[in-house]
Each structure stands twice: as structure tokens, then as C-alpha cells.
Design a binder for this molecule. Structure first.
Ligand code: F0G
Length: 483
């Protein structure tokens, strides 16, 4: 009898199946991506989503306390004793009324899902916990990824902690492109002790090489081409439902890079709907950067569709050939999503189909401006995450989204991942440059330029008065009570 969980090729003309114990990242028969599928009839399933919230406050059980594994019935490939968890997924959904007002939405309708609040500071921990769990079930000891920064930070953190809870020590190996990584992320991989290879090339080159190295040396590949990563990332959708008292929003908006998240979100909703656990599927908007817009080009301009799995691969091949011939290299300030050959493209097309989705591209200026808005009116985020709010604003102006629809923007990475981008926005100074060039003029609407002032109390008080935006409190505190 077939196992409850198995892998299946997404190509309908192939449809080959494999055991979950087979380590492969593409179908051996046709080369397409693989899904992790379940025989739902043979796995216990709660009748309502609200079942999961009973586990919410169970601190004694580390699996219940995880924001991924408290939904374990919805990713039932894992043997419970092998679950590797570091406290991922205890993230926050904010009702962002101040930001809603700023962009012309009705307060109470805009929600920000802060995935930067994960232990390693990005959404990647949701997927990494699942991939590490499988690696432990299979006894794999060397784990590797290519990364624009966050995957490597997450992998490195999980690898460094893998010997806890009775686990076996693992070596984390990360491939990063030269000069393409925000220092917050690089510093994490180094600090957590991962073997870090800086490849002369961009993310796409790194991914190609790490796949070759994995094939040759048997490294366990942890990029989102690993379908178990995406199983964990489905939990972001579950937690959003949980935070909204199980009410499905109208829209989910997410930045797109390698398209793992969007693919996972589509799978999550397809399954919840099939299982009768939701009665509606939200719409999906995937937002890419102008400078790395493969998905936009193919989906919006060339009309490429999932088409029940019969994806027109020639269209993709022609675009990639054109990129190669012209020497095209993706380029965006949002280095996390600077990817021109997204590996999960077909799965993302499927998600767009399931969720009646669309794709938009936003400029670097828009990304920075909306990132600054999230900082000014929320908890802040890294540049790539700002793309989701920039995309929302664009869709509001296009009247595709109306101000009183319920919208959740996924903020994929923490504010402190890329402080250089933030400081540059506010000051015009490039902190990373070896010889700091003169500051560029500061033009951002939310720019908050630091004020230079002499070490002199009168000068300081004068500045504070000049810049006061609230009525000054009357009278000074009695002496001695000022601290
Ligand atoms: N936002 C952030 C902050 C990311 O780090 C990434 C991807 C994305 C969005 C795009 O997500 O790939 O699921 O579409 N970062 C990867 C990395 C590529 O290597 O850290 P996606």
C-alpha cells in the first residue's frame, strides 16, 4: 500500500510518484518539480480549523508551540519524534490602521503579517523546520543552499542548533553571490558557523552550482526546489487565518523571488478547500521588482498560464535564451528577490490559477518608499517585503483592489536585515562604500535625516523646539526627576 505521504511529479503527462525517503529535487523521469502529497483519507484530520488554536498556548510541548507544527495534521509527512523546531512561526499579524489610512484603505481592512519575527528574521524558518525534519528522518548530515541571504541565515541557524533535542549535528553549507547580499544576512551565516562559499556570480549561478555540488557529493539541498520546504511555508497561511478568527481575507499579497512562498500559499489553500476547512479562497497578488520581472513578463505580458499543468515551456525557454543572448542580469535594490530564473515558476502559475491571482512589477523607488512607510507606520521590514505594500498601493490605484476589501500583506524579512538600504534612504549615504562618496540628495517622502548639532545644550533645546510636532508638555520636571 502507498505511504500516507509521497512525492509526485507536477507534470500531468508524467505524474510519477516517489517515496518521501527518496532524495530528489526533480522528477527522475521528466525533470519537472515535485509535490509532497497525502492520502488525506488515511490521516486524522480535525473537522474545523479552530481545533488548532487549542494548541496555541501549550508551552510544555515544543511541537505545539511551533507556529508550523501546531498545524501538523496539514503536513503529515513528519515523524513526530524527528521534528526539528527552534520556535519558528511565532509571528505577529498587525492590524495596520495607520498604514491603511496613509494609502487610502479603510482602517480595519489592512493586515501586515510580520514573518521577520521568526528566529532568523525571515519567513524562511517556516520552510527550514520542515526540510530539516525530513533531513533528520533520512539521516542526512550535510545540508546546503544557494541564497540571496535569508535562506542561508535560516539554514545556518537550524544547522548550528541541529544537535539540540537529541538531534544529530549537521554541517550547514551556503553559496552566496559576490556582493549581492545584505550584511545583516551575511553576518548571520558567518556567526552561526556555516561553511560559506562566495561564488563569482549571481543567485541564479549559485543555485546552479549548489545543485551540481549536491548531486556530486550527496549534500541535502534546502532551497525551495525542495518540496518539503514549501510544506512548512503553508503554515503562514494557517496562522493568518488563525489571527483572523478563521475568516479568509479577500487578498494575500506577497513579494516574489524564487516563487516558493506563492507556490506554498496556493497549495495550502487548494488543500484547505479540498478538505472542506475553508469555504473561500483569497486572491493572490505576487509582486516582483522591475529589475527581476520574469514572472511579470511571462504571466502578464505573454499570458503564460498553468493550463491544468500543460505549461507552455517553449515560452519560458525563449525568454531565458533571450536573456542569455543579451547578457541580461537582474538588478534591484531588493536583493532578496534579485532572481531571473525562479525555480518554482510552474508551481507559482498553479497558485495563481488556484487563487485567481495576478502579478505586478514595482520600481526600486516604490519599494523603498513603501518600505519606509512600513517603518513609519508599522514595525518595519526589509526592502523586498516593502514590495508587497507597493504592489497593494498600485492595485488600489488601478482599482483592482477596493479600499474596503480585506488585505494581508506578507512582510517576509525583518527591518534589520538590510540596515544599509534604510540608512541610505534616510541620509543618502552609502555605508557600504569603501570610500564614502558625498551623500546623494535625500528625496524620500518619509526620509528622516539626522540633524547635526553642536555639543551644546542651548543649541540642542532650540532644535528640539523647532522640530516639535506635539504641544510641548507644560513646565519642566522637578530637578532630579528627569531620568
Ligand atoms: N522576501 C525575502 C525577504 C526573501 O528573502 C525572499 C527570498 C523573498 C521575499 C522571495 O521569496 O523566493 O519564496 O518568492 N529569498 C531567497 C533567499 C531567494 O535565498 O533568501 P520566494
Amino acid at each position: 500500500m502507498r505511504e500516507i505521504a509521497y512525492q509526485k511529479c507536477i507534470n500531468p503527462t508524467c505524474g510519477a510518484t516517489y517515496s518521501i525517503s527518496e532524495v530528489l529535487f526533480n522528477c527522475h523521469k521528466c525533470g519537472s518539480l515535485l509535490d509532497v502529497l497525502y492520502d488525506w483519507d488515511r490521516t486524522p484530520m480535525p473537522r474545523e480549523m479552530s481545533f488548532f488554536e487549542t494548541r496555541w498556548g501549550t508551552r510544555e510541548s515544543i511541537v505545539d508551540f511551533s507556529g508550523v507544527w501546531r498545524f501538523r495534521e496539514l503536513l503529515p509527512f513528519a515523524r513526530e519524534r524527528d521534528i526539528v523546531t527552534i520556535g519558528e512561526g511565532r509571528t505577529n499579524m498587525q492590524t495596520a490602521d495607520l498604514l491603511a489610512r496613509e494609502i487610502g484603505m479603510r482602517p480595519g481592512n489592512l493586515f501586515l503579517q510580520y514573518e521577520g519575527l521568526n528566529p532568523s528574521g525571515s519567513f524562511k524558518d517556516n520552510g527550514m523546520t520542515a526540510a530539516f525534519t525530513l533531513a533528520r528522518m533520512l539521516g542526512r548530515k550535510r545540508v546546503a543552499c544557494a541564497s540571496t541571504g535569508n535562506t542561508s541565515a535560516s539554514l545556518a541557524m537550524f544547522a548550528s542548533l541541529s544537535a539540540t533535542n537529541g538531534g544529530q549535528a549537521k554541517q550547514g553549507i551556503v553559496f552566496i553571490g559576490t556582493g549581492k547580499i545584505a550584511y545583516g544576512k551575511l553576518s548571520q551565516a558567518l556567526d552561526y558557523g556555516a561553511l560559506t562559499l562566495q561564488i563569482e556570480g549571481d543567485f541564479d549561478a549559485c543555485l546552479r552550482r549548489v545543485r551540481e555540488a549536491s548531486d556530486q557529493l550527496g549534500l541535502y539541498l534546502m532551497n525551495s526546489v525542495n518540496p518539503f520546504r514549501l510544506e512548512g511555508q503553508k503554515a503562514i497561511m494557517y496562522r493568518i487565518l488563525e489571527a483572523r478568527d478563521w475568516h479568509v481575507p479577500d487578498w494575500i499579497i506577497v513579494p516574489g523571488g524564487n516563487l516558493g512562498n506563492s507556490s506554498a500559499f496556493g497549495k495550502a489553500y487548494a488543500e484547505l478547500y479540498e478538505l472542506g476547512l475553508v469555504d473561500k479562497i483569497p486572491r493572490l497578488a505576487v509582486i516582483v521588482a522591475h529589475g527581476a520581472n520574469t514572472l511579470y513578463e511571462l504571466h502578464e505580458r505573454q499570458g503564460l498560464r498553468w493550463n491544468k499543468g500543460y505549461v507552455d515551456c517553449e515560452k519560458i525557454g525563449t525568454l531565458y535564451n533571450r536573456m542569455d543572448q543579451s547578457g541580461y542580469k537582474p538588478h534591484t535594490i531588493a536583493s532578496a528577490i534579485e532572481i531571473s530564473r525562479p525555480v518554482n515558476l510552474p508551481k507559482c502559475l498553479r497558485a495563481l490559477d488556484t487563487m485567481n491571482g495576478l502579478v505586478r512589477q514595482v520600481s526600486d523607488d516604490d519599494i523603498l518608499e513603501h518600505k519606509a512607510m512600513v517603518g513609519r507606520f508599522g514595525f518595519g521590514c526589509e526592502p523586498a517585503s516593502g514590495a508587497s505594500v507597493a504592489g497593494l498601493n498600485m492595485l488600489l490605484r488601478e482599482k483592482v483592489i477596493s479600499p474596503d476589501e480585506d488585505v494581508v500583506c506578507i512582510l517576509t524579512g525583518h527591518e534589520l536585515k538590510d540596515p544599509d538600504a534604510t540608512v541610505r534612504y534616510h541620509t543618502g549615504i552609502d555605508m557600504k562604500a569603501a570610500e564614502p562618496p558625498p551623500a546623494k540628495p535625500v528625496t524620500g517622502k518619509y526620509a528622516n535625516v539626522p540633524i547635526r548639532v553642536a555639543d551644546d545644550i542651548d543649541a540642542i533645546c532650540k532644535i528640539l523646539d523647532e522640530h516639535s510636532i506635539v504641544e510641548p508638555d507644560r513646565g519642566a520636571l522637578p530637578v532630579g526627576q528627569s531620568t
